[in-house]
Design a protein around this ligand. Structure first.
Ligand code: CYT
Length: 282
C-alpha cells in the first residue's frame, strides 16, 4: 500500500495541476461562504476548475456550496475564487479544511479575502448587514496548525514558524479599505468580532448570551481555521461576514439554513459590488 505524500507535497501537486490549466498567477484569493457563491460570476475570463478534478482537494457536502475554483480577473487583478468551502462539521480534518487555503498561498496569493454567513450577536446587526471581521475567538476546540510545523509553507521570512502571532491576522489597513468602499457605495460597513463554533447545530440561546459576554459580535462555523493557516503562511486576511439571522435568543425566531441562503441571494449584488471595489485596492 502506498501512503499519502506529506501535506506540503500534496498542496504542491494541487497547485502544479492548477498551473497546467492557466498561466494566471492570482494576487488575491477569495473564499466564498454560504449563499455568497454568485460573486464567482463576476470573474472575467474565468477558468473554472471543479474541486473534484484537483488532486487531494476536499469536496463540500453542504447545500449552497458549489465546489469550483475559478481563476480569472476582477477589475484587472488576477484572482483565485473558491466557490464553496468545506467545514470541520462535515467530518473533515484540519488539514483537509485548510488545504485550499494552503494551495491559494502556494499559487501566489498575497492577500486572502474570507467570507461567511454568520449569526448576528450584536443587537444592531440586521439580516443582510455586512460586517468586516476585526478579530476572532476560536471556540471550535481545535487549531488548524495542529501537527508538525511545516516551514516550507512560509511565503516570507516572518512566517512559517511553530508559534505565530495572531494580533495582526486581520490588518486594520485592509478593513479600512472595505469600510471606505462601502461608504462610497452608500452604507456603513461595521466591524465586529467573529466567534467560531464547530457546529453543525446552531448555538443555544445560553451559548449566545455567554458569547456576547466574551466579546463576540458574530457567530459562525468557518473562517478561523483558514485565517490561522493564512497567518502561518504570512498572508494578510480581510474577513467579511454577511449577517443572515439574529443569533439564537437575540430574536425569538427559529434558525433555518434556507434563510441563510435567501439572505445571501438578497445581498449578492451589493456584496459583489463591494468586493469588486476592494480588490484593486489591496
Ligand atoms: N447563523 C449562522 N449561527 C447562526 O446563528 N449562519 C451560523 C451560525
Amino acid at each position: 500500500m502506498t501512503s499519502l505524500p506529506d501535506l506540503y507535497t500534496r498542496a504542491q501537486s494541487a497547485a502544479a495541476y492548477i498551473r497546467t490549466l492557466t498561466p494566471l498567477v492570482p494576487a488575491v484569493g477569495i473564499i466564498l461562504g454560504s449563499g455568497l457563491g454568485s460573486f464567482a460570476s463576476a470573474v472575467e475570463n474565468p477558468v473554472t476548475i471543479p474541486y473534484a478534478t484537483i488532486p487531494h482537494f476536499p469536496q463540500s457536502t453542504v447545500e449552497g456550496h458549489s465546489g469550483n475554483l475559478i481563476l480569472g480577473t476582477i477589475a484587472g487583478v488576477p484572482v483565485a475564487v473558491m466557490q464553496g468551502r468545506v467545514h470541520a462539521y462535515e467530518g473533515y480534518t484540519m488539514p483537509e479544511v485548510t488545504f485550499p487555503t494552503r494551495v491559494l498561498g502556494l499559487l501566489g496569493c498575497k492577500t486572502l479575502i474570507v467570507t461567511n454567513a454568520a449569526g448576528g450577536i450584536k443587537p444592531t446587526y440586521k439580516p443582510g448587514s455586512l460586517v468586516a471581521i476585526s478579530d476572532h475567538i476560536n471556540l471550535t476546540g481545535t487549531n488548524a496548525a495542529l501537527g508538525p510545523n511545516e516551514p516550507r509553507f512560509a511565503t516570507n521570512e516572518t512566517s512559517g514558524y511553530r508559534f505565530f502571532d495572531m494580533t495582526t491576522a486581520y490588518p486594520a489597513a485592509l478593513r479600512a479599505i472595505a469600510v471606505e468602499e462601502a461608504a462610497k457605495q452608500g452604507y456603513i460597513l461595521e466591524e465586529g468580532v467573529y466567534l467560531a463554533v464547530l457546529g453543525p447545530s446552531y448555538e443555544t440561546a445560553a451559548e449566545i448570551r455567554a458569547f456576547r459576554t466574551l466579546g463576540a459580535d458574530l457567530v459562525g462555523m468557518s473562517t478561523v481555521h483558514e485565517v490561522i493557516i493564512a497567518r502561518h503562511m504570512g498572508i494578510p486576511v480581510l474577513g467579511l461576514s454577511l449577517v443572515t439571522n439574529p443569533a439564537a435568543g437575540v430574536s425569538n425566531e427559529v434558525i433555518h439554513h434556507e434563510e441563510v441562503m435567501d439572505i445571501g441571494r438578497q445581498v449578492e449584488s451589493r456584496f459583489s459590488a463591494l468586493l469588486t471595489a476592494i480588490i484593486p485596492r489591496l
